[in-house]
Design a protein around this ligand. Sequence first.
Ligand SMILES: NC(=O)c1ccc[n+]([C@@H]2O[C@H](COP(=O)([O-])OP(=O)(O)OC[C@H]3O[C@@H](n4cnc5c(N)ncnc54)[C@H](O)[C@@H]3O)[C@@H](O)[C@H]2O)c1
Length: 366
Amino acid sequence: METSKLTVDLGSRSYDIIIGYDFLETLGKQLRALGFKGKLLVITDENVFPLYGDSCMKGLKEAGYSAKIEVIPAGEGSKSWSAADKLLTSALEFVMDRDSGIVALGGGVVGDLAGFVAATYLRGVAYVQVPTTLLAQVDSSVGGKVAINHPRGKNIIGAFYQPRLVLIDLKTLETLPVRELRTGMAEVVKYGIIRDRSFFDYLHEHLNPSLEQEKDFYKHIVYRSCVIKAEVVSEDEREGGIRAILNFGHTLGHALEAATSYKHFNHGEAVNFGMLLASRLAHMQGILDKESLKIIEEMLFRMGFKELPPGLTAAEIKEGLKYDKKRRGEKLVFILPEKIGKVRIYTDIPGSLLDRLIDEFLKEFK
Ligand SMILES: NC(=O)c1ccc[n+]([C@@H]2O[C@H](COP(=O)([O-])OP(=O)(O)OC[C@H]3O[C@@H](n4cnc5c(N)ncnc54)[C@H](O)[C@@H]3O)[C@@H](O)[C@H]2O)c1
C-alpha cells in the first residue's frame, strides 16, 4: 500500500500526517528527513511495547539516533502528575537537550502524556505522534491538545502544543481489541455527521457491524477523518470557535461517563450514545428533519450500544452535565446537527426538552 500524506496547515507550526501500512520502521528515516538531530525518548505503554517497541527502536537506531524507551502502565491512570514527573526525570537522566525529541508510540493516553512532557521539558522540545489506536489515529494525535488529568477532572492540566509529524501505521490496528476499534469508529462517524455528507454516505454503505473490513477501507476512513480534523484545527487551533464542533456527541457522552464514574463505558461507547441523544435533541427542537434522524440512528445502532448500568438515573446524568468544560456560565453548550454533514453550536436548549430526552432515553435502554 502506498503512503499518503496531508498537511495540518498552521503557518510556522504546520506538520505532515503520513498514513501507510507496515512502515513503522521508516520512522528514523522520516525524522532524518525532517532534520531531527538530537536524542530521542520514546514513550509507550505496556501493551504496545511488546508489539511495536522493537520495530520502532530498530528504525531509529538504523537511522543513527541515540534513543531510549520508557514504558508506562496502560490506561487513563497514566495521565497523571506522577507519570509525567517520572518521564521528565528520565529525560533529564538521559541528558536530553533542546535538540532532543520525544516519540509518542501508543494510543491517546500515551500521546496526551508524551505531548505534555514534550511541552514542558526545557519549556518545550519537539515531539512526534505515532498513534496505534484508531481513536488516536483519527483524533487525539492531530491538533496538538496535550494533557494530564487532575483528580477532579479529565484533561485539566495541559497545553496546545503541536507535534512535528504524525506517522500512522495502519498495520497496528490489526492487534487492537475490537472494543477499542469501536471507540475510534464513533469518532469517525462523528466526522461524517459534522462536516461531510459524502463521507457519511460512504460509511453508511460500507461499515459492517463486526468492523472486519478491508485495509483500503481503513486507509480511506483514517485519511478522510484526518483531513477533516486538520481543516478544523487549521481554522481554529485553540478552540475559540469552530473547533468546538468536534465535540458533537461529547456533552451528553461526557455526562454519561461522569454519571458512571468513568468505569462503565469507554469513551467511544459514551460518545455513541451522546451522538444519538444530540441528534434526537436536534429533532425535538425542530432543527433536524425526521428522515435525517432516521439515517443517523440507523448508523449508530449498527455500531451497537452498550447496555446502561442498572439503576442509572436522570438526576445522575444531569449532575454529569454540570461539569461540562464547554459550559458557558449556567448555559449548556450543545453541538446539534441541522442536517447530515452540518452542525451548529446551540446554547439555548430548554431544560424541559432535555428532561424529556433523558427520561425517554432511560426508558428505551433500560
Ligand atoms: N488530545 C486530544 O485531542 C484527544 C482527543 C480524544 C481523546 N483524547 C484522549 O485519548 C485517550 C484515549 O485514547 P485511546 O482510546 O487511544 O486509549 P488508550 O491510549 O488507553 O489505548 C487503549 C488500549 O489499547 C491499547 N493499545 C494501543 N494500541 C494498541 C495496538 N495497536 N494493539 C493492541 N493494543 C493497543 C492500550 O495499551 C490501551 O490498553 C483519553 O485519555 C482521551 O482523553 C485526546
